[in-house]
Design a protein around this ligand. Structure first.
Ligand SMILES: Nc1ncnc2c1ncn2[C@@H]1O[C@H](COP(=O)(O)OP(=O)(O)OP(=O)(O)O)[C@@H](O)[C@H]1O
Length: 599
């Protein structure tokens, strides 16, 4: 039997509950990060990454040039070599021009890679979200919140290639590699101004390689990393919750928008506003904690940076006073020390970005789990599995709620082609769920459903889906508007008593909001008459129509599609008389009967 939905997922990704095993999350993050680079777009992907690395190497080279220039510049000042001034200014201008070029290309290459990567991942996610009706199953079981925002927002951040758009894991890794290279290069420069250093060990002096500047920098960075990681922990947690609460707030507002009319009619603005206030209160409360955490982290990072600028001066100035090094070397050593420490402390600087990416990857993992971990189907559904002349057959059918509770059993139900069945029963008896089961959309339970594959099938719910676009689009759905003549659509609008809208057929309007529920149900009739299905499953599709229009609905369907098999849920006994058979649901059981035609 299928398992109940996993309602704890959102708590996990919000950092409110322990996460899944680290190994599993790392493996997922690795697959997510590398997938694009082995996709059909791999040539572009690797070309752009190579360009990005080249740009990163160029900026390291510019750092080296700047360091060398600084030494020469301060030495020239100390030695009052005025003749060198102009050439030093020109060299500076060239280095600056080079740097501008690198920044320009860094943006172009980074943003091109970001958009290609995001496009590929978005299409990949959309494909899997729609496949096997997973998008429907995720909503039906409410497996995760806001899958749409995960695909739109989280993927955008996951693929962003640098400020101000964010830092993808790829940028973090490239930054890590280049910081190691920079650390080595600047360590070489630092050794030129370092003094030998040794540590006492049981009466012996053990010399350390590299010199004092290097070891002070390493100790300083180690100390800073430990302290800042510790200070930053609450920040990471709050950041994760922020993303979660923001997404909740957005989806709550969307819900209000969708139901604006009912809220306005019932004067429930206050209740709704209170509800939104509660959702926002989560953001606000988290914000204050985030603020404190962020203030602590920023203060820690800023003290760390400031002291980093002074330590090399404290170490080199005594050597300058002793006449061992030049003033230019003092400045050069200061710059090299800063670059060396900054490279080593890359992890500290990139910590907030890593925190954000951890939250993103967690949210995307929850989406992947919801898409990939399909619960086994309890009800076997076989399209094309009926014998000749049978449209639908259900045997030993047991419909269960997602939590496993039994809703309804149907021992044997056979619908022959051309029969018209009405399903009756009290509210909540499971009529809609039964329709979903025979359409293959309800997997929870046991037994088997088979459906003919001859002809075409159509499911018409109580509330029709009208796609965005023109009225013609809405009628032609799921076909394209261009597939049908305007004259045909105009005739249909006339037949379903919507002739007042013929002239507006091509107007782009919010038809879902504009048409009354009864008019939308007449659009459904037009759609049926256009598509001419051989199997029609109708769920209270005349509930908003007056008696005359409701009768016209069934008369038109039966008149235009005389051989169609129809299964419908209706509450009105008059409409039941348009059917040939009855399935009565009562106390969890179904009984079949033939309807006697009145002479
Ligand atoms: N996605 C779902 N998750 C959990 N429970 C569900 C879901 N869909 C339906 N149910 C439950 O199954 C039961 C039957 O619902 P169903 O819509 O089939 O009843 P119905 O007979 O069509 O009712 P009505 O005549 O009021 O439309 C209800 O108790 C409903 O809460």
């Amino acid at each position: 039997m299928p398992q109940p939905a996993n309602v704890e997922e959102t708590r996990r990704e919000a950092g409110l509950q322990p996460n899944q095993p680290a190994r599993e999350r790392w493996a997922h993050a690795w697959r997510l990060s590398t997938r694009y680079f082995v996709s059909d777009d791999w040539k572009w992907a690797w070309f752009l990454v190579a360009c990005f690395c080249a740009i990163e190497a160029s900026s390291t080279y510019i750092f080296l040039l700047t360091n060398r220039w600084q030494r020469s510049f301060y030495d020239a000042i100390e030695q009052r070599q005025g003749g060198l001034f102009l050439s030093l200014v020109l060299t500076f201008a060239m280095i600056a021009a080079l740097e501008i070029g690198v920044i320009f290309f860094n943006n172009i290459v980074g943003m091109t890679l970001a958009v290609r990567w995001r496009k590929w991942l978005t299409e990949w996610y959309l494909g899997r979200w729609f496949a096997r009706d997973r998008f429907y199953e995720i909503e039906r079981l409410r497996l995760i919140d806001n899958p749409d925002q995960r695909i739109a927002e989280d993927l955008k951040e996951f693929t962003a290639m640098g400020m101000p758009y964010g830092t993808s894991p790829l940028v973090i890794v490239i930054g890590l590699v280049s910081s190691v290279i920079r650390a080595v290069l600047f360590a070489v420069i630092l050794t030129q101004t370092s003094s030998p250093i040794s540590i006492p060990f049981f009466g012996h002096e053990i010399p350390l390689p590299g010199g004092d500047m290097i070891w002070f920098a390493i100790l300083y960075v180690l100390f800073g990393t430990v302290v800042i990681t510790w200070i930053g922990k609450p920040f990471v947690r709050r950041r994760m919750r922020e993303q979660h609460y923001e997404a909740d707030f957005r989806s709550d507002m969307l819900h209000v928008r969708r139901n604006a009319e009912q809220i306005a009619f019932s004067g429930a603005q206050r209740i709704e506003q209170d509800g939104l206030r509660v959702a926002f209160e989560n953001i606000r409360r988290n914000w204050y904690q985030l603020m404190l955490a962020s203030a602590g982290l920023s203060a820690g990072q800023s003290i760390y940076q400031r002291v980093m600028g002074m330590v090399p001066l404290f170490l080199t100035v005594p050597k300058y006073f002793a006449g061992k090094i030049t003033f230019g070397q003092v400045q050069g050593a200061r710059d090299a020390f800063e670059q060396f420490s900054a490279s080593l402390s890359y992890a500290v600087n990139v910590y907030p970005s890593i925190a954000r990416q951890v939250a993103n990857v967690n949210r995307l993992k929850a989406l992947d789990d919801a898409i990939d971990h399909e619960r086994p189907r309890g009800i076997a559904f076989t399209p094309g599995g009926t014998p000749d002349g049978v449209a639908i057959s259900a045997s030993n059918l047991e419909l269960r709620r997602p939590n496993g509770a039994l809703l309804l059993s149907v021992d044997q139900w056979t619908i022959r082609e051309g029969e018209r069945w009405v399903i009756e029963g009290p509210s909540g008896a499971g009529k809609t769920t039964l329709l979903r089961a025979i359409a293959g959309l309800w997997p929870d339970g046991a037994g088997a459903v088979a459906m003919t594959q001859r002809g075409s099938a159509m499911l018409v719910p109580q509330r029709l889906y009208l796609p965005l676009g023109t009225l013609k689009n809405a009628i032609c759905f799921p076909d394209r508007a261009e597939d049908h003549d305007d004259a045909v659509i105009a005739a249909l609008l006339d037949q379903v008593r919507l002739s007042t809208h013929i002239d507006a057929m091509h107007e782009l309007r919010m038809w879902q909001d504009e048409l009354s529920p009864g008019e939308q149900q007449r659009v459904a009739l037009a759609r049926i008459l256009l598509q001419r299905p051989t199997l029609l499953v109708v769920d209270e599709a005349t509930s908003a129509l007056d008696a005359d229009n409701a009768a016209n609905f069934y008369q038109a369907v039966i008149g235009e599609l005389p051989g169609a098999t129809i299964v419908s849920v209706v509450h009105d006994e008059k409409l039941a008389s348009y059917h040939t058979h009855r399935l009565r649901l009562d106390h969890g059981h179904a009984t079949c009967a033939k309807i006697e035609m009145k002479a």
